[in-house]
Design a protein around this ligand. Structure first.
Ligand code: NI
Length: 172
């Protein structure tokens, strides 16, 4: 188990399209375990491989509520098979945009196909927070951040603040 450094925006590594995984092997399994440890430690409810500098179509989520047992999902090469016309708005945050939040509208329900940690094809129907979380993490695989769903004005305010915080860190 290892904790991986999480990349904070703005960073070109968060804007690239991640590559499909040919086969889920021990290396991929280790990466997903490390991503889960990193996500729980942050703490967060989702993490995509590009956020730790790995340009592969891999993500982990755990949307169990407080008091519920952990429910980690290891998701490789996810594809949306269908989504509802009904939408929901969540106030989203992101481990790569620390301390910033914005309302984002997404389909309320999705049907998803992916490879699990044993390279088996799985189909999952998700709604509520899990649906939103998976869609948010899938965006990362295509270089999209939640701020790309809001107005340019709001996005630029957040990105400028993050860039400024980064400069302050470097000079501190
Ligand atoms: Ni995120």
């Amino acid at each position: 188990m290892a904790l991986l450094p999480i990349i904070v925006a703005p960073d070109p590594r968060l804007k690239t399209k991640a590559k499909r995984v040919e086969h889920v092997d021990d290396e991929t399994r280790q990466l997903m375990d490390d991503m889960l440890s990193t996500m729980y430690a942050a703490p967060g409810i989702g993490l995509a491989a590009p956020q730790v500098g790995i340009a592969k179509r891999i993500l982990v989520v755990d949307c169990a509520k407080d008091g519920e047992p952990p429910n980690p999902l290891r998701i490789v090469n996810p594809e949306i098979l269908g989504s509802s016309d009904e939408v929901v708005i969540y106030n989203e945050g992101c481990l790569s945009l620390p301390e910033h939040y914005a309302d984002v509208e997404r389909p309320a329900k999705i049907k998803l196909r992916y490879l699990d940690h044993q390279n088996e094809i799985r189909v999952l129907e998700a709604e509520g927070l899990l649906s939103t979380c998976i869609q948010h993490e899938m965006d990362h695989l295509d270089g999209t951040l939640f701020v790309d769903h809001i107005t340019a004005l709001k996005r630029n305010i957040i990105l400028r603040k993050l860039a400024k915080a980064k400069r302050a860190k470097v000079t501190a």
